[in-house]
Design a protein around this ligand. Structure first.
Ligand code: TXA
Ligand code: MG
Length: 313
């Protein structure tokens, strides 16, 4: 059965919420990327996420909730968490906090860890769905493991259309890059994945400077496996000149097939990144060559995704 394509209407979101309650998989838009949602309390539903994504077992999932009270039911809250939530929630920030004893989530969500990743998304469609459902929704990005993340309902259907019950079509995602993941289980806070909220913005809110996760720390986040976000085509980074036959993804004033941001705006580039990779991959080109992107602000997260897209598979 192909996935139902639902709209963001109240009626359709009620239907989506019912499918979640019945243990089904519903992809939905957040401001970062489309998530593949399941009721975080149902083992069987959560297990189906891993199966649909072909995700290696033991990689924990992010739980999405509608408000602070729902978050505090699941994790042990702290002053740092409160400061970050005040500044960035709802929004593209995920906090990893100690799991509260007796929290009602499947062990498959945390993959057995004693911490939980939680986030309140800002996109109105995600908010409305979470309120209609009234419980925690586990949701990784709605792509097959290792492939390009989805920022449009069409991307979800391409990758998972025959494996899920429904997708809520809320149009393109505004941020276009996954949330920043910050570990708050120890001191100092640790940046587990760069994303939609920059490191500078986090440091402005916290008393202690955040630590960066090192490659040698082991894989605590599958988005952190070296090959990830990969198109079918080979990816060539920091391309100053383009070669014949390459699909050319530009940034700034360069001749190219698609331009992430002619005016060198990193926010615009982030929003376009995954959609343009999808489009250039669909041309069938053997190589996608990509202009250099500055390593500052959102450019850090963009370069993180691009280096993984280009990594040895
Ligand atoms: O923007 C996003 O974060 C999107 C949307 C749908 O919310 N979700 C997303 O999920 O990117 P996913 O599964 O693709 O990435 C979640 C990351 C993984 O890299 C996972 O390892 C990490 O969060 N994670 C989850 N729980 C964790 C935990 N307890 N400790 C450390 N990392 C954790
Ligand atoms: Mg992902």
């Amino acid at each position: 059965m192909p996935a139902l394509r639902l709209s963001a209407s109240t009626q359709d979101l009620t239907r989506a919420a019912r499918i979640l309650a019945e243990g089904g998989l519903v992809a939905f838009p957040t401001e970062t990327v489309y998530g593949l949602g399941a009721d975080a309390r149902q083992d069987h539903a959560v297990a189906r996420i891993y199966k649909a994504k072909e995700r290696p077992e033991f990689n924990p999932l992010i739980v999405h909730v509608a408000d602070l009270d729902a978050a505090k039911d699941l994790v042990i809250w702290s002053e740092a968490a409160q400061a970050l939530a005040d500044a960035f929630w709802p929004g593209p920030l995920t906090l990893v906090l100690p799991l509260r004893e007796g929290a009602h989530v499947s062990r498959l969500v945390t993959a057995g860890l004693d911490s939980l990743a939680v986030r309140i998304p800002a996109a109105p469609v995600a908010q409305n769905l979470l309120r209609a459902f009234g419980g925690p929704v586990a949701a990784p990005s709605a792509n097959r493991s290792g492939q390009i993340s989805p920022t449009r309902a069409a991307h979800v259907l391409e990758g998972l259309g025959d494996r899920i019950e429904a997708v809520v079509d809320g149009g393109p995602c505004a941020v276009g890059l996954e949330s920043t993941i910050l570990g708050l289980t120890g001191t100092p806070p640790t940046l587990l994945r760069p994303g939609g909220i920059t490191e500078e913005a986090l440091n402005e809110v916290l008393d202690t400077r955040i630590a960066l996760r090192r490659e040698t720390d082991g894989i605590t986040a599958p988005g952190q496996t070296r090959s990830h976000y990969a198109p079918r085509a080979r990816v060539r980074l920091n391309a100053v000149d383009f070669e014949p036959g390459e699909a050319r993804l530009g940034f700034g004033t360069v001749p190219c097939d698609l331009n992430l941001s002619p005016g060198e705006d990193l926010t615009e580039a982030a929003a376009n990144l995954f959609e343009y990779l999808h489009r250039l991959d669909a041309t069938g080109a053997a190589t996608i060559a990509i202009s250099p992107i500055p390593h500052l602000g959102l450019g850090i997260a963009i370069n993180d995704r691009l280096s993984r897209a280009a990594a040895e598979r």
